[in-house]
Design a protein around this ligand. Structure first.
Ligand code: SAH
Length: 263
């Protein structure tokens, strides 16, 4: 019999699985089944403990992230090598990432590496934070009266640095923006959009701990949201939503309240 630690003739598959936006029950059925049957699970921070409890006790569990961001502090090359090594031993490997593996999650780079190495992989989608957070906060992102476009934006880079390639004038002209990893730079992000012509009274919200028990939504406008979020002491993980769709949150909450009191 082949020892499980010897290189196997047939490599195992690496599944790049999206864990969803926070709450453990927002993973897909396929993702959960793969998690339960994996031999090895390499996961980021921000994965709910109830989801990690689904991993088989016989499986090897490797933490490859850091708290606060799903983008790990473990070197990307180290993660690539770890995934490849376990797959070559014939194991079924789940790479569990928050949200969707390919939305600001480096899933594409991992898939590329595995493909180059001849290791089979499958990308299993997850509910990305933008969608999970907006659903939980009652923001209908593509409401027909709220414009015709949604952009997912990374706020990770300092807007004044050369690393930041965002075209602020183009973004300011779009109807709805969802900004990931933007809390640290929220003052400058909103200032850049305002300077590029986005009206200061454009509705905006910051959603903290989306879909989790401690979830909070701070409502404001482009001109006020940074100050309001700071005053409220918002911490990561949080996402920023800017655009007319945010206005519908109030309307939905009021209608829901009315329906509740009249029943
Ligand atoms: N692949 C992930 C995004 C990774 S980038 C996805 O598809 O959602 C990490 C960023 O996601 C955080 O900085 C934050 O902006 C956002 N995020 C992740 N989980 C969140 C949560 N529960 N609530 C609010 N924002 C969250």
């Amino acid at each position: 019999m082949l020892s499980r630690l010897e290189p196997s003739a047939r490599p195992g598959t690496v599944y790049l699985v999206g864990a969803g936006p926070g709450s453990a029950d927002l993973i897909t059925v396929r993702g959960l089944k793969l998690l339960q049957s994996a031999d090895v699970v390499a996961h980021d921070a921000l994965i709910h403990a109830e989801l990690l409890a689904e991993i088989s006790p016989a499986a090897e569990r490797v933490f490859v992230g850091k708290r606060g961001y799903c983008v790990g502090s473990t070197r990307q090359e180290t993660i690539h090598e770890l995934l490849a090594r376990h797959a070559r031993e014939g194991r079924s490997v789940v790479r569990l990432k928050c949200g969707d593996p390919c939305v600001f999650g480096r899933g594409g780079e991992e898939a590329e590496y595995l493909a180059e190495q001849g290791i089979p992989f499958e990308i299993v989608p997850g509910v990305t934070t933008a969608l999970g957070a907006c659903a939980a906060a009652n923001i209908p992102l593509t409401h027909r009266e709220a414009g015709q476009v949604v952009a997912f934006v990374t706020g990770h880079f300092d807007p004044d640095s050369a690393e930041c390639k965002l075209d602020w004038a183009a973004l300011a002209g779009l109807s709805n923006l969802v900004i990931y990893m933007g809390l640290r730079h929220v003052e400058r992000i909103t200032a850049k959009l305002a300077a590029a012509g986005m009206p200061g009274d454009t509705p905006a919200a910051v959603i903290e701990n989306a879909t989790l028990p401690g979830m909070r939504t701070i409502d404001g406008e482009l001109a006020t949201i940074a100050g309001l979020a700071r005053a409220a002491g918002v911490q990561a993980p949080a996402i920023i939503v800017i655009g007319p769709a945010v206005r519908f949150r109030d309307r939905l909450l009021q209608l829901a309240e009315l329906a509740h009191t009249s029943n």
